[in-house]
Every structure is written in structure tokens, then in C-alpha cells.
Design a protein around this ligand. Structure first.
Ligand code: ADP
Length: 305
């Protein structure tokens, strides 16, 4: 199985114990999912599609991706642009974020339509999020939506996590409209109930399932934090309970890691209910540690308990 994750990976500066010292890492929703997929199974060939700058930080990120087992051959370098960056600040245990990503190279990722289509042609599963669409301009967005549509028509799996982030869009109307356009271009939708309820006024997970199935997705999985995951696949409904955890330390990348484990399961034709259980087990471990990328040295595909 060859997976292509499409989106923006940014440099992340997170505070160390010594005030003023920061750790440099790399993160971003679709990248986090790619990272977990690469960690979960050596049998899945994971590549990332984005655009980076021609500066040293971009080079460092490409090295970090390769070291994590993520293919970088489809990543384009854009002259004069730089990697997006964000910094985490801690104030009495509360995290806040500062972003420098308005002019990031990744915003141009869909400019080279040929490169995008060539990368998709080499993949079996394409993974896109609402954040990927949000950072593009209008033409870029249309290029990516069309590429998703064609990939689906060509028999590939197209997975989409709406990851609704209002601040990246020109208003809620634009966000909800484009998200539903993308919903019509994917066959696997992975929304999170809390966001969907807020922006689409869904009264329960059933309403979210109905909306994504109505748009055209044949598999819809609705995450809901500590509550059960509801799903519908080819008209059949199911729910998977989430194990209660004694302590939740940091929910960063809960959904991203969950998606990776579900997609890894689907890659081996695991029944959807089992793939979701696997997703809950991985996300359950991730939320018990700090940070987006939590190394878990267990081969999930061999069913850890
Ligand atoms: P997102 O990060 O996309 O908002 P969720 O918060 O719904 O996604 O979480 C995704 C998955 O992470 C859940 O389905 C669950 O398996 C796990 N998870 C998240 N929060 C908790 C929690 N408080 N307790 C146990 N599991 C959790």
C-alpha cells in the first residue's frame, strides 16, 4: 500500500525546562498522520506531498522526514519561500501558539498540477485535510479538489479529515462550503464531532454521518474525544466505545494518530470496526504523553493489547 499525505508540515518551537530554551521539531496535521503511519508499519510506503523553501530549515525538515521513514521525493522546493513556523508558549501550564505561516512555501503546494497528479498516480491512498485546503488560494484549492475527484474515479482511496480551523479561512461560510465540496471528493471521511457540531449544527453523530454520506463518502468515521466513535460503511452503522483513561496529558494529534491507525488497518483490509479499535488504542496512548509525535514501539498491525 502506497500512501500519499498532502499538506503542510511546519517547524515547531516548543519550550524546554530552561526559560528561553526551545526544542526544534516538525509537525502539522497531515504530516503527523504520515509520521504515525510510517511508524506503525514498514509495509506501508508513506510519502508526503508539500512545497518547502530553499533555506536551511526546509532542508532540516526534509532530513527529519526521511529519518522518520517518510518519502520526500514528491516535495517541491520553491525559491524565495520558507518553511512555516509556530512557537508554543506556556503560561502557568496553558499553551498558546504564535504562527508564521502566511507566506509559507506549502501554500503553493498545488501550483504544480502535473507534479501533484504524478504523485497521486503513484499512490493507492491519498490523505488530505481541511487544513491542507484552507492554506491554498482559490485556484490551488480547485486543483486539489479536482485531483481528489480524479483519484477517486481512478479507483484510489481518498481519505479526508475536515479538521475545521476557522482562523485559516475567510469566514465560516467559505469553510463549510469548501469542506462539503471535499466531502464529495473523498470515499473515507474522518470528522470530529465537536467541530462538526459547532460549524454545521449537527445535533448528534448520526447527523454528521448523514451529512458526509449524503455528500458522497462511502465510509464515514466520527471521532468524539472520550465518547464512542460512530461509523457508517456502505450503509451499515456501528459504534466503538473509547476506553476511559486515568490521565489525559495532552490531546495534540489525538485525531491525527487515530486516523493513521484506522488507515493502516484499512490498508490491510481489516474490518472497519477493528481498524477503529486500533485507532482508539493508538490515540489513547498518544493523549497520555506530551507533544504531537509520540514514539510507540509496538507494531500495531500485530494487534497490541
Ligand atoms: P480530534 O483530535 O480530531 O479532535 P478527538 O478529540 O475526537 O479528535 O480524538 C480522537 C481520538 O482520540 C478519540 O476517538 C479517542 O480514541 C482518543 N481520545 C481523545 N480524547 C480522549 C480522552 N479524553 N480519553 C480517551 N481517549 C481520547
Amino acid at each position: 500500500m502506497r500512501v500519499l499525505a498532502i499538506g503542510e508540515c511546519m517547524a515547531e518551537l516548543s519550550p524546554k525546562a530552561q526559560p528561553g530554551d526551545f526544542h526544534l521539531g516538525f509537525a502539522g496535521d497531515t504530516f503527523n498522520t504520515a509520521w504515525y503511519l510510517a511508524m506503525l508499519s514498514p509495509d506501508i510506503d508513506v510519502s508526503y506531498f508539500t512545497a518547502v523553501g530553499d533555506e536551511a530549515l526546509s532542508e532540516r525538515m526534509l532530513r527529519a522526514m526521511s529519518e522518520a521513514g517518510i518519502g520526500t521525493r514528491h516535495i517541491r522546493k520553491v525559491k524565495g519561500r520558507a518553511l512555516g513556523l509556530y512557537m508554543i508558549s506556556l503560561d502557568k501550564g496553558e499553551r498558546s501558539f504564535s504562527y508564521w505561516r502566511e507566506q509559507s512555501a506549502a501554500r503553493l503546494l498545488a501550483e504544480d498540477t502535473e507534479a501533484l497528479n504524478a504523485a497521486i498516480a503513484e499512490s493507492d491512498l491519498v490523505y488530505v485535510s481541511g487544513i491542507t485546503l484552507a492554506i491554498l488560494d482559490g485556484p490551488g484549492r480547485n486543483t486539489l479538489l479536482e485531483a481528489m475527484r480524479s483519484a477517486r474515479r481512478a479507483g484510489k482511496r481518498v481519505a479526508f479529515d475536515p479538521n475545521l480551523r476557522l482562523h485559516l479561512w475567510d469566514g465560516a461560510g467559505q469553510m463549510t462550503e469548501v469542506i462539503m465540496q471535499a466531502a464529495a471528493c473523498c470515499n473515507i471521511a474522518l470528522p470530529s464531532f465537536e467541530d462538526e457540531a459547532r460549524w454545521f449544527a449537527d445535533k448528534d453523530a448520526e447527523a454528521t454521518l448523514d451529512r458526509y454520506v449524503g455528500a458522497g463518502a462511502d465510509t464515514v468515521i466520527v471521532k468524539n474525544g472520550a465518547a464512542s466513535v460512530h461509523y457508517r460503511q456502505n450503509g451499515r452503522n456501528g459504534a466503538v466505545p473509547v476506553q476511559a483513561l486515568a490521565s489525559v496529558v495532552d490531546t495534540t494529534a489525538a485525531g491525527d494518530s487515530f486516523n493513521a491507525a484506522v488507515l493502516a488497518g484499512l490498508a490491510t483490509d481489516m474490518p472497519l470496526g477493528e481498524a477503529i479499535e486500533q485507532g482508539c488504542r493508538l490515540a489513547g496512548q498518544v493523549v497520555q504523553s506530551r507533544g504531537a509525535l509520540v514514539p510507540i514501539r509496538l507494531n500495531l498491525l500485530e494487534q497490541f493489547a
